[in-house]
Write a protein that binds this ligand. Structure first.
Ligand SMILES: [Zn+2]
Length: 82
C-alpha cells in the first residue's frame, strides 16, 4: 500500500516475509529480474517518503527491500573453493 509501503494483507512493512516468499516464487529462476523489481520499488518508496516530507533511512530501506534477497542468493562456498 503506497505511500506508506505497508503490506495489503498483514499491514507489516513491505516486503513482509509472506510477500518475500511470494516474490521469490513468482521470480523463481529470475533473480536478476527480481533484484531490479525490488530496486525499482525501493526507489519509488524513497520518492514517496520524500514526498511525505520524511527523511528516509536509505541504508535501512536497502536492507528492507534488497537485504533479504542476498540471503537466498549467497554463493555456495563449495562451488567457489572447487
Ligand atoms: Zn504481509
Amino acid at each position: 500500500m503506497r505511500p506508506a509501503w505497508l503490506c495489503r494483507n498483514c499491514a507489516a512493512a513491505w516486503p513482509c516475509p509472506p510477500a518475500q516468499l511470494h516474490l521469490a516464487t513468482e521470480f523463481y529462476g529470475h533473480s536478476i529480474a527480481l533484484a531490479f523489481y525490488l530496486a525499482a520499488n525501493m526507489q519509488d518508496a524513497v520518492d514517496d517518503l520524500y514526498a511525505l516530507g520524511l527523511d528516509p533511512d536509505l541504508r535501512a530501506l536497502h536492507a528492507r527491500f534488497l537485504g533479504w534477497l542476498s540471503l537466498s542468493r549467497r554463493p555456495n562456498r563449495a562451488d567457489l573453493e572447487g
